[in-house]
Write a protein that binds this ligand. Structure first.
Ligand code: AMP
Length: 403
């Protein structure tokens, strides 16, 4: 089904065409008609499925039609749609998508997030903004300072709701919801549907007495896209950096996003790679927003081939066609594993996800493979024999704390 059948206006279709999208993704096919009908939506969808366009396109369509019918009525410091994201990187990316999809429309958009001076953001809000993308903390700051008002808000979107819960934003989300007009459309997107996310969705349904939210899911149980070639190498902790350098050189990797647990470890790994002639850079919470953006831009453009990132700093990064992710450290949570490797093989492209697994990771590996419901292929790399062998996982493993 081409985009033509979804009821979007020509200016939006033109913008989609400019981006080279030929057909809607499954989440777009399902979500766009529901959102256009004005209903609330609770969607389970991973990043990489095209979920941003799934909510942005119908919002643009509705707003464009309203502006056409009524003329532009937006007052100063008012916003019509609020898209909440867990990280500033995601806010920037979503705002870039909004700008791209609305480039032939007369609608304004803006991203506001912490870590940068708020003055420029306040200035932009003075005239009012149709679509505001925001991280929760900065949005509340701006609201407290009366730099924006919510009385004309029509649509609320919570993007990556599970990440927001993980990052401790639940209280902020409730504080924000409290400030919004009750009559509004609510859209929630989450890679996983946990009890906390459900509680937020329930709070949504309270906002209206009429039609209950429609629930859709493009991945009933979040699993990884089949185009991702996953494999692991068991390794001793002290040989990880030598192994990584070996793989980069031997397999002539064009690009890799390398996940590491701790920020000081990230800097150390960059130095270890440099000693072996490999130029990498690191992105973590201690770096300034400007530096993170510069490094990310270099990585996206291909100028920087190897990026080391802590899990938190990498949340929400959309690096487009990423060919490879490496779990230099295996994550504790299976959801985090799925999320990380979802950064590769996006929107149909193929990708590779490689995990380094040391003896201490055995339980995490069991939890991940149990969640995936399959054993990840193991490869042995010549010259890297392991002293501490990691046993093969038990597939129905449940952590003690979860029993
Ligand atoms: P998202 O899940 O929103 O992070 O989108 C993942 C990637 O898919 C982004 O790079 C989008 O530009 C791209 N994308 C979104 N919708 C489509 C589509 N219908 N066809 C091709 N690519 C798309």
């Amino acid at each position: 089904m081409p985009f033509l059948n979804l009821g979007l206006c020509n200016s939006i279709l033109q913008a989609i065409d400019d981006l080279g999208y030929t057909a809607p993704t499954p989440i777009q096919k399902q979500a766009i008609p529901i959102i256009l009908s004005g209903k609330d939506l609770i969607a389970t969808a991973q990043t990489g499925t095209g979920k941003t366009a799934a909510f942005v396109l119908p919002i643009l369509e509705t707003f464009n039609l309203e502006s056409f019918n009524k003329g532009r009525t937006l007052r100063g410091k008012r916003i019509r749609a609020l898209i909440l994201t867990p990280t500033r990187e995601l806010a920037v990316q979503v705002a870039a998508s909004v700008a791209a999809y609305s480039k032939h429309l007369n609608l304004s958009s803006l991203a506001v997030y912490g870590g940068v001076d708020s003055e420029a953001q306040k200035q932009r809000l003075i005239e009012g903004v149709d679509i505001l993308v925001a991280t929760p903390g900065r949005l509340l700051d701006l609201a407290h300072q009366r730099a924006l008002h919510f009385d004309e808000l029509e649509v609320l979107v919570l993007d990556e709701a599970d990440r927001m819960v993980d990052m401790g934003f639940v209280d902020d989300i409730y504080k924000i919801i409290d400030r919004l007009p009750k009559a509004r459309q609510n859209l929630l997107f989450s890679a996983t549907m946990t009890d906390d996310v459900r509680a937020i969705a329930f709070e949504f349904s309270d906002s209206k007495t009429s039609s209950p939210a429609v629930e859709i899911s493009t991945s009933p149980k979040a699993t990884t896209a089949p185009t991702i070639n996953q494999w692991l190498i068991t390794v001793d902790k002290d040989t990880k950096s030598a192994l990584l350098s070996h793989l980069i050189n031997e397999q002539q990797w064009d690009q890799a996003l390398i996940f590491i647990e701790k920020k000081h470890g990230a800097a150390k790994l960059v130095a270890q790679l440099a000693k072996r002639g490999i130029q990498a850079d690191a992105i973590h919470g201690d770096k300034s927003q400007a530096m993170r953006e510069k490094i990310l831009a270099d990585f996206t453009s291909g100028k920087l081939k190897y990026l080391v990132a802590t899990g938190v700093a990498a949340r929400g990064l959309d690096i487009g066609e990423l060919s490879r992710v490496v779990n230099y450290d295996l994550p504790f949570k299976p959801e985090e594993y799925i999320h990380r490797i979802g950064r590769t093989g996006r929107a149909g492209a193929t990708g590779e996800a490689i995990s380094f697994v040391a003896m201490g990771d055995f339980k995490n590996l069991c939890a991940i493979e149990s969640r995936l419901n399959h054993i990840i292929d193991r490869k042995e790399i010549e010259g890297f024999p392991v002293r501490k062998v990691v046993p093969v996982s038990i597939l129905n493993y449940v952590r003690k704390s979860e029993r």
